[in-house]
Design a protein around this ligand. Structure first.
Ligand code: E4P
Length: 217
């Protein structure tokens, strides 16, 4: 499973790149606004730091303007993935961009039928929003499972990018179903490494080692 971080915070991205565990970055207009920085500048900086795909979202809602925005964004770096909303105009733009070899991520997916359309439009990634479905008492994980089944039935190459991931249990469930990628806040990636028994065990080893009076170096 690939791990993307869902942020526009350069410090967070840099720290994760250094671990060697990060496969890409996703942003959205809200995350860019939160960063307080210029959209194009921050996306370019992220793309220079990150090794994998960096999703940058168009803000237009009509086909023609989406394509014009995509043209500006994809010129920023080779690893830019154009993020498009799951609307008929967004799907049409996805088909056009995918057709000419541009990486695409269709976002704001809340149903399996929407995901089926994104695959037919040739999307590189489909982003079902798990957490936002859970927020309205629907089962986000059931959506991931339905999309996995449909994509496998027809051998679609579109990668399932589990999005709106809020906690490690989401990552575990999505991994068991076979989502190709999970995008999550940096805190969730770090939380995956935590276990109280790991902390307790480390403490015990340190105490016993101190008693031995030895050193490795
Ligand atoms: C994905 O690409 C989105 O940016 C993101 O996962 C949305 O998450 P949220 O529901 O926590 O805002």
């Amino acid at each position: 499973m690939k791990f993307f971080v869902d942020t526009a915070d350069i410090a967070e991205i840099t720290a994760l790149v250094e671990t060697g565990l990060l496969d890409g970055v996703t942003t959205n207009p809200s995350l860019i606004a939160k960063s307080g920085r210029n959209f194009l500048e921050v996306v370019k900086e992220i793309a220079d730091i990150a090794h994998g795909p960096v999703s940058a979202e168009v803000v237009a809602t009509d086909y023609a303007t989406m394509l014009r925005e995509a043209e500006v964004l994809r010129k920023l770096a080779r690893n830019i993935c154009i993020k498009l909303p799951l609307t008929m105009d967004g799907l049409r733009a996805c088909k056009a961009l995918s057709g000419e070899g541009t990486m695409t991520n269709v976002t704001l997916c809340f149903s399996a039928n929407q995901a089926l359309l994104a695959a037919k439009a040739g999307a590189s990634f489909i982003s079902p929003f798990i957490g936002r479905l859970d927020d309205i008492s629907q089962d986000g994980m059931e959506l991931i499972a339905d999309i996995r089944l449909i994509y496998d039935n027809y051998e679609f190459k579109t990668e399932i990018l589990a999005a709106s991931v809020r906690h490690p249990a989401h990552v575990l469930a999505a991994a068991k179903i076979g989502a190709d990628v999970a995008t999550m806040p940096a805190a969730v990636i770090r939380a995956l490494a935590n276990h109280p028994l790991t902390d307790k065990g480390l403490e015990g080893f340190a105490t016993d080692w101190a008693k031995s009076g030895q050193s490795i170096l």
